[in-house]
Structures are given as structure tokens and as C-alpha cells.
Design a protein around this ligand. Structure first.
Ligand code: NAD
Ligand code: MG
Length: 395
């Protein structure tokens, strides 16, 4: 059995954060919550502090931290409240911490996730944006500081589980011919392309199988999520882009597959509930109860597969393109996508303008190499400015 792990949960008030705490709650003998962090949801953070009594609670937003601090005092809870990005880095890299769940959404997660890797933690990575923005730099950092990286994203966790135990970072030497990355196809899989112009944020966020945060829900609707996941798989498993095939699988029961040279295809199946990959990574190498109900094959009855439609979902094409260009381009793609999703959610642009904004931004930035986190953050800022300017030019 793994020893009692002290864990920091970055983004504890989000969808992944809450599922993580649900798993923690089932195993008080295995896990101890060291720190919880959030942006500004004081109410949820207070109730999490009451339940889990962490040493630290960090709110990025300083006003929220003040409110939380007062509430924590009034409730007589023994938790220290901090605020700001440096505090996020502090609780991700604290010497007493064994494992860090990186579950902040978007580029905001990169600095604390880097801090965890730099201090050799067990990094449980949900924040795929870190790998999209800074894949090579992050993977080098993990190696250099002897950190352990386990994927939380259900597809990558499934791939990890479908690879041999002796996988050492080289797919060819273990006989892998392809990675089959499954995708549900999102809420608009069957909608005609002409209907996409008019879809609302509510429709885009209503995912058929998964209950997730808003940003990743829109990413699933545009299929950018799968594009980001292609880039994520490239870095995690050192897989050439042409070896990563996206397979539409509407039931979301097969979470991804690995095809071998002998014709074998190994898959990981389960109900679409993030507590399975979370429990897999948190308990690793042990298998622990996640609270997810057993898969009922007779109820599922059918498993369907389709090819992705790159014309209807240009975001998928743009992600492959960014990966092929390499260097700063995936970071540009990611930044422009974040601005585009936010603009769509606040009803400033239609759904179909999301890929247009991203493509414009990618065309406006010169492709170049990046070698440091500072390069990545600079690229991110430049791309955001270009996307914002494009938005202003529309209005
Ligand atoms: P969410 O929106 O539900 O939660 C995000 C969390 O991050 C919240 O705790 C929020 O307070 C915090 N946060 C937001 N902005 C912040 C900022 N600027 N600084 C600090 N903290 C901030 O998101 P989610 O769906 O839980 O997704 C989290 C990450 O996990 C994303 O990278 C997503 O792509 C990835 N992921 C999610 C799922 C899922 O099922 N939800 C599946 C796979 C991967
Ligand atoms: Mg996923």
C-alpha cells in the first residue's frame, strides 16, 4: 500500500478538484490534504476547508482571500489563508508535499504546475494546457528533477494503462504502432454544419457524457479539446503526430487505445466518470476504490466508431497544424483559444468565430523556438493581445 500521501489540490473548487476530494474522502488512511487552492469561490472553499482541514488554503484573488480568512476565523478552522500566484507556487512546491493535483483550468495553471515538477513531486496532471503551451520544456523539467508525471485526462490515463509497465518513453521499442485517441464528438456531432453559427453557450456546455467545467465543455464542442489532447499525447508518450489517430466514439466507454505491431489493440474501458483516472493516478501503483459504478456491458450493448470531420471542426485541424509547426505555435493556439472561448461564453462572438480567431492569431505570430518558461509566458501574452485586437476590430 502507498504510504499516507500529503497532497496539494490546485483548483480544488472545480470539477476535477471536487472529484479528487471525493476520492480523498474515501481513503482517509491514504491521503492527507495539505493545501487547497481556487480562484475566487469563497463559499465552496470554506466548506472544503471545514471538511478537510488543510494546512493552507490559497485564493488567487486577494479580496476572496480576505473574505475566506474572516470566515475561517469565525468558524475556528486551523487553516492558513494565502493569496496570489506565488502562494500557489509555494503550496505546489512545499517540502512536505508528496503529490500535486494540477487541476487549474487554462494557462493560469502553468506556473504552479512547473513549481511542482521543479521540486520533484508526483504530478497528477489534469491541466493539459501546461503540456500544450510548454511540452518540451515541461517534460525536460520533469526528467531533470526526477518528478513523476501521471496523466489525469481520461484518454491519456487510458493510454498510460494500455502501455506495458516497462514503457520507457520510446513507443517503437515496446512495439506500439499507433495511439487511438477516442473522442465523444461533443454535443454537435450530429448537428449540420449550418446550425453551428447559432449555437448558444448553454448548448455548447451541455456535454452528452461528461460533466465538466465550462472551458473544457466548449473545447469539447469545438473539438479543440481533442486537438489539445493530440498535443498532450505527443509530449506525454513521445508520439509522432501521424501516430496519433483521433477516433470518434460517441459512448465514451473506451477512453483510448494503444495498437501494437502484432495487431493487438489494448483499450481501457469504464463509465465516463473522472474519478476512475483520478483514483488510478492517486493510488498508483495500487488500485483503489473510486466510487464509480461497475461497467454494465449489457446496458451499453453497442460501441460505435466514426472518423472525425476536420471540415466541420476546424479547431482539430488547427491543433495538428500548431503541433506540426512546433516551437511557440501550440502556445499561441492555446492562448487564442482561451480568449475565443471566453468571448463566446460572454456572447461577444458566435461559436463559428472561435476557429477564425485562433487561425488569425496563429497567422499573426512568427514561428520560433522557446527554451524557458518566460518565453512561454511572453508568447502567451502576445497571442492574447492579438486575439483581443481581432475581437475589438469586429466591434
Ligand atoms: P473548472 O472550471 O471546473 O475548475 C477550475 C479550477 O481552477 C477552479 O478551482 C478555479 O477556482 C480554478 N481557477 C480558475 N482560474 C484560475 C486562475 N486564474 N488562477 C488560479 N486558479 C484558477 O475546470 P475543470 O473542468 O475542473 O478543469 C480543470 C483542468 O482539468 C483543465 O485544464 C481541463 O482541461 C482538465 N480536465 C478536466 C476534465 C473534466 O472532466 N472536468 C477532464 C480532463 C481534463
Ligand atoms: Mg480528455
Amino acid at each position: 500500500m502507498t504510504a499516507n500521501r500529503k497532497i496539494t489540490i490546485l483548483g480544488s473548487t472545480g470539477s476535477i478538484g471536487e472529484s479528487t476530494l471525493d476520492v480523498v474522502n474515501r481513503h482517509p488512511d491514504r491521503f492527507q490534504v495539505f493545501a487547497l487552492t481556487a480562484n475566487k469561490n469563497v463559499t465552496k472553499m470554506l466548506s472544503q476547508c471545514q471538511r478537510f482541514q488543510p494546512r493552507y488554503a490559497v485564493m488567487l484573488n486577494s479580496e476572496s482571500a480576505e473574505q475566506l480568512s474572516k470566515a475561517i476565523q469565525a468558524a475556528n478552522i486551523n487553516t492558513e489563508v494565502l493569496s496570489g500566484i506565488e502562494s500557489l507556487e509555494k503550496v505546489a512546491s512545499h517540502p512536505e508535499v508528496d503529490a500535486v493535483m494540477a487541476a487549474i483550468v487554462g494557462a493560469a495553471g502553468i506556473r504552479p504546475t512547473f513549481a511542482a515538477a521543479r521540486t520533484g513531486k508526483l504530478v497528477l496532471l489534469a491541466n493539459k494546457e501546461t503540456l500544450v503551451m510548454a511540452g518540451r520544456i515541461f517534460m525536460d523539467l520533469v526528467k531533470q528533477h526526477n518528478a513523476t508525471l501521471l496523466p489525469i485526462d481520461s484518454e491519456h490515463n487510458a493510454i498510460y494503462q494500455s502501455l506495458p509497465h516497462h514503457f520507457n518513453g520510446n513507443l517503437t521499442t515496446v512495439g506500439v504502432s499507433r495511439i487511438l485517441l477516442t473522442a465523444s464528438g461533443g454535443p454537435f456531432r450530429c448537428s449540420p454544419v449550418t446550425a453551428l453559427e447559432k449555437v448558444t453557450p448553454e448548448q455548447a456546455c451541455a456535454h452528452p457524457n461528461w460533466d465538466m467545467g465550462q472551458k473544457i465543455s466548449v473545447d469539447s464542442a469545438t473539438m479543440m479539446n481533442k486537438g489539445l489532447e493530440v498535443i498532450e499525447a505527443h509530449w506525454l508518450f513521445d508520439a509522432a503526430p501521424e501516430k496519433i489517430q483521433v477516433v470518434i466514439h460517441p459512448q465514451s466507454v473506451i477512453h483510448s487505445m494503444v495498437a501494437y505491431v502484432d495487431g493487438s489493440v489494448i483499450a481501457q474501458l469504464g463509465n465516463p466518470d473522472m474519478r476512475t483516472p483520478i483514483a488510478h493516478a492517486m493510488g498508483y501503483p495500487d488500485r483503489i476504490d473510486s466510487g464509480v459504478s461497475a461497467l454494465d456491458m449489457f446496458k451499453i450493448a453497442h460501441l460505435d466508431f466514426e472518423e472525425p470531420d476536420f471540415k466541420k471542426f476546424p479547431c482539430l485541424r488547427l491543433a495538428y497544424q500548431a503541433l506540426a509547426t512546433g516551437g511557440n505555435m501550440p502556445a499561441v493556439l492555446n492562448a487564442a483559444n482561451e480568449i475565443a472561448v471566453e468571448s463566446f461564453l460572454t456572447q461577444r462572438i458566435p461559436f463559428t468565430a472561435i476557429p477564425a480567431m485562433i487561425e488569425h492569431t496563429m497567422q499573426s505570430v512568427k514561428a520560433e523556438e522557446m527554451t524557458t518558461l518566460e518565453d512561454v509566458l511572453k508568447t502567451d501574452a502576445i497571442a492574447r493581445d492579438i486575439a483581443h485586437d481581432w475581437l475589438t476590430s469586429l466591434q
